[in-house]
Design a protein around this ligand. Structure first.
Ligand SMILES: C[S@@+](CC[C@H](N)C(=O)[O-])C[C@H]1O[C@@H](n2cnc3c(N)ncnc32)[C@H](O)[C@@H]1O
Length: 310
């Protein structure tokens, strides 16, 4: 009878350890197959995959060939798998998984207490609001609806001699802004206030009032992709037609602007409604090199034109 030798000493084969490039490709493929929505700082599966892989590997900057050939340790693979599952099954925007994003060239901490920073106003902050105001004259800036504090912190960094106030009605969002303020050491120059729009700002005047307020109308809100359900509803929803916050800004900002000051407001897709509602008003609608739109600028004196019908 034939005998068979069985080895009791050979270990089972270990799964091959993948390289960083393989893990990036595999993660991109998994995300692409999941039919996700991209609109929270990234616009394609490759960028989402890269953000997650960089996060679990603790990487920064551009990857060279040598780094791409590096083996990815098992612990990082397990962590990545968990994050990919949350992105795919729960539709969590990637920034809420890594808790880091960039705004106006500055890293920001973010979690689900505050909106994911993505406003095109970042470009304007980087340009120090030129040509709409002379940066040399900017001493006081107000950010209305500061969320994570991204715009306010961007302004404080862009105008090192200015005092910045930032208000939000959400105490939770202000906790996130506080984390960012502390990490930039801006406690002296950036004041965070819990306020319903201008309520806590009696008598204060500014050279720039900037705001990315809620501007989503009720019908649009109901149809938003699942990713938006992870953001605070109060950061998005602005009444039936999306104009609730814009009306307050147009009505109140004049009392808080210095002569020659400017009001800068993002209204996103609600631009069409704003144009229709205030048809012959002197809005200047901005264009951005990195995309996005729906942002207008008004000079302080131009706000008089809105007093009557708000
Ligand atoms: C679209 S988010 C913008 C957050 C941040 N500025 C950004 O660009 O990422 C709007 C913010 O306005 C705040 N907000 C909503 N209603 C407000 C009100 N009545 N007074 C002050 N802030 C308000 C929300 O809590 C939210 O943080």
């Amino acid at each position: 009878m034939a005998t068979k030798t069985v080895s009791h000493t050979r270990r089972p084969a270990r799964p091959a350890v993948p390289s960083l490039r393989q893990v990036l490709d595999d993660s991109t493929r998994r995300l692409a197959e999941a039919d996700l929505y991209y609109g929270h700082g990234t616009d394609n599966p490759g960028d989402d995959a890269a953000a997650l892989v960089y996060h679990v590997m603790g990487l920064e900057g551009d990857l060279d060939r040598k780094t791409l050939a590096r083996k990815v340790p098992r612990g990082a693979l397990l962590m990545l798998d968990l994050l990919l599952a949350r992105r795919i099954r729960q539709r969590v925007p990637v920034v809420y998984l890594t808790h880091t994003c960039w705004f106006a060239g500055l890293p920001m901490y973010v979690d689900e207490r505050a909106l994911v920073p993505r406003s095109p106003i970042a470009e304007l902050v980087e340009a120090r609001f030129e040509p709409w105001i002379d940066p040399a004259r900017v001493r006081r800036v107000l950010d209305v609806g500061t969320g994570s504090g991204c715009i306010a912190i961007g302004c404080a960094m862009a105008f090192p001699d200015a005092q910045v106030d930032a208000v939000d009605i959400s105490a939770e969002a202000l906790q996130v802004a506080e984390i960012n303020r502390a990490s930039y050491g801006l406690q002296k120059r950036l004041q965070l206030l819990k306020s319903d729009y201008f309520a806590a700002l009696k008598g204060r005047r500014y050279d720039i009032i900037v705001s990315n307020p809620p501007y989503v109308g009720a019908a649009e809100f109901r149809g938003l992709p699942s990713e938006y359900r992870h953001e605070p509803a109060g950061a998005l929803l602005a009444g039936k037609d999306g104009l609730d916050a814009v009306k307050v800004l147009l009505r109140e900002a004049r009392r808080h602007l210095n002569p020659g000051g400017i009001l800068v407001v993002e209204v996103g897709n609600t631009e069409t409604t704003v144009r229709r509602r205030w048809r012959d008003r002197p809005f200047v609608w901005l264009e951005f090199q990195r995309g996005g739109g729906g942002v207008f600028v008004l000079q302080a004196a131009q706000l008089e034109a809105f007093e009557k019908d708000l």
